[in-house]
Design a protein around this ligand. Structure first.
Ligand code: SF4
Length: 358
C-alpha cells in the first residue's frame, strides 16, 4: 500500500489560516495562551520528513516523501522560530523524520543557539551521530540530545527499525553525546505488546549501564499503517510493575509541571533513571505546553490535531515577523483540550508521526 501525502490534506483542506483569536489572546505580550488557559512555551519543529529508518510504529517501508519544494527552507524555519521566541517560546526541540539528515542542520543549530532559548534540544535515532558532530552541535548551542531506541536486542532492533544500523553504533552515539556534554541523555522507547514489551526490564538495565533517562512511551494511534488498537498498548502501570520486579524505583517529585513523563530513580542509587509517558492510560493534556510545526510549514496545535494551519503561505507571500506571530497566536487559540484517544468519537489524524515529528 503506497501512502501518498495527498491523504494528509483531507484534515486541512478547508482551513488554511486559523480564525482570528479574541483580543484576550494577545493581552499578555510574551505569553502564548490557548482557549483553555494553558501557556504554550515548548515548540517542536520538524525540519525534514526524510528518515533512514522505517520503524514499524511510524513509517511504512514505501512511504513517499514530500517534494523538497514543499518543505520549509532554512530562512523560513528561522523566521518561524524567531516569531515563536517573541511570543514566549522558551524550549525548542528539533525533530524529523530524522533531523540529522537535514543538510543545513549546523546552520540551523547555530542560529537557534544564538536566539536565547532556555532549552535547545534534538531527537535523533542516533545512526548519524558521532563525537565530532556531537561536539560541533554543543559548540553551536545545542543543549541536549534525546535518542529513540525501542530495543536492546540487536535482532529485534533491526526488525523494529527495518534498517541495518547496529545496536552497538547507537550505544557509541550515546557515549559520544555524553562526552560532548549533550546530557542529561534521554532515550525514548515506544512499548508495543507482542513486539518489544518483553524487553521492558532490559531497557531499565540499559539505563543503569549507560546512565541515561529511559523513557517508556505508550503506543499511540499515529502509525502510518493505521494498525493501532488498544490491545497493543502496554500501560504505564504494567511497565512500572515489570521494571519494579527487577529494580526497586523511587518516584522523583517536583520537576517541570508540564513534563510529559512520570519520573523515577533507582532505589539502590544506581546511575540512570526511568520516565514513563502515558498519553493513553494517564493523559497529561490539561498541563500541555506544546506546539508543533511540520517540515512543510503546518502549525499543529496538538499532536492529534485534525486542524493544521498553513504558515508556509504566509512566509512565501512576504509575511513579516509580526504577521507570523499573529498567525501562531491565532493557531494556538484553536488548540483542542486533549487528544480524545479514550473517547468513542476518536478519529486517528491523517498525518502520521513521521510527518509530525513527535
Ligand atoms: S495530545 Fe495534544 S493536548 Fe495532549 S499532551 Fe499531546 S499535544 Fe498536548
Amino acid at each position: 500500500m503506497t501512502i501518498s501525502l495527498n491523504v494528509l490534506s483531507e484534515d486541512t483542506q478547508q482551513s488554511q489560516s486559523p480564525p482570528a483569536a479574541p483580543p484576550i489572546a494577545r493581552q499578555q505580550p510574551g505569553r502564548l495562551i490557548d482557549s483553555h488557559g494553558r501557556t504554550i512555551h515548548d515548540l517542536r519543529m520538524s525540519v525534514t520528513d526524510r528518515c533512514n529508518f522505517r520503524c514499524v510504529y511510524c513509517m511504512d517501508p514505501n512511504f513517499r516523501y514530500m517534494p523538497k519544494s514543499e518543505l520549509l527552507d532554512l530562512d523560513e524555519y528561522i523566521a518561524v522560530a524567531r516569531a515563536g521566541f517573541s511570543l514566549g517560546i522558551t524550549k525548542l526541540r528539533l525533530t524529523g523524520g530524522e533531523p540529522t539528515l537535514y543538510p543545513q542542520l549546523d546552520d540551523l543549530i547555530g542560529t537557534f543557539g544564538r536566539m536565547g532559548f532556555d532549552d535547545l534540544a534534538m531527537t535523533t535515532n542516533g545512526s548519524l551521530v558521532d563525537y565530532s558532530r556531537a561536539r560541533q552541535w554543543k559548540q553551536l548551542g545545542l543543549d541536549r540530545l534525546t535518542f529513540s531506541l525501542d530495543s536492546v536486542d540487536p535482532q529485534r532492533m533491526r526488525e523494529m527499525t527495518r534498517a541495518q544500523t547496529s545496536l552497538d553504533s547507537i550505544v557509541r552515539a550515546i557515549e559520544a553525546a555524553h562526552r560532548a556534554g549533550l546530557g542529561p541523555i534521554k532515550v525514548n522507547a515506544v512499548v508495543i505488546r507482542d513486539v518489544n514489551d518483553v524487553e521492558v526490564a532490559d531497557l531499565a538495565d540499559f539505563a543503569r549501564d549507560h546512565d541515561v533517562n529511559m523513557r517508556y512511551i505508550e503506543f499511540m494511534p499515529l502509525d502510518s499503517s493505521r494498525k493501532w488498537n488498544r490491545s497493543h498498548v502496554v500501560s504505564a502501570d504494567e511497565i512500572l510493575s515489570r521494571i519494579s520486579a527487577r529494580h526497586e524505583l523511587t518516584p522523583i517529585d517536583g520537576g517541570d509541571p508540564h513534563s510529559t513523563s512520570m519520573n523515577f530513580r533507582f532505589a539502590d542509587g544506581a546511575a540512570g533513571s526511568i520516565g514513563v509517558i502515558a498519553p493513553v492510560s494517564r493523559p497529561f493534556c490539561s498541563a500541555c505546553s506544546r506546539l508543533r510545526i511540520t517540515a512543510d510549514g503546518k502549525v499543529r496545535p496538538c499532536l492529534f490535531s485534525h486542524d493544521e494551519w498553513d504558515i508556509r503561505t504566509v512566509l512565501r507571500s512576504g509575511g513579516d515577523d509580526e504577521a507570523l506571530a499573529a498567525f501562531i497566536a491565532d493557531a494556538v487559540w484553536t488548540k483542542q483540550a486533549g487528544h480524545g484517544i479514550n473517547s468513542s468519537e476518536f478519529i486517528q489524524p491523517q498525518r502520521t508521526m513521521s510527518a509530525i515529528g513527535g
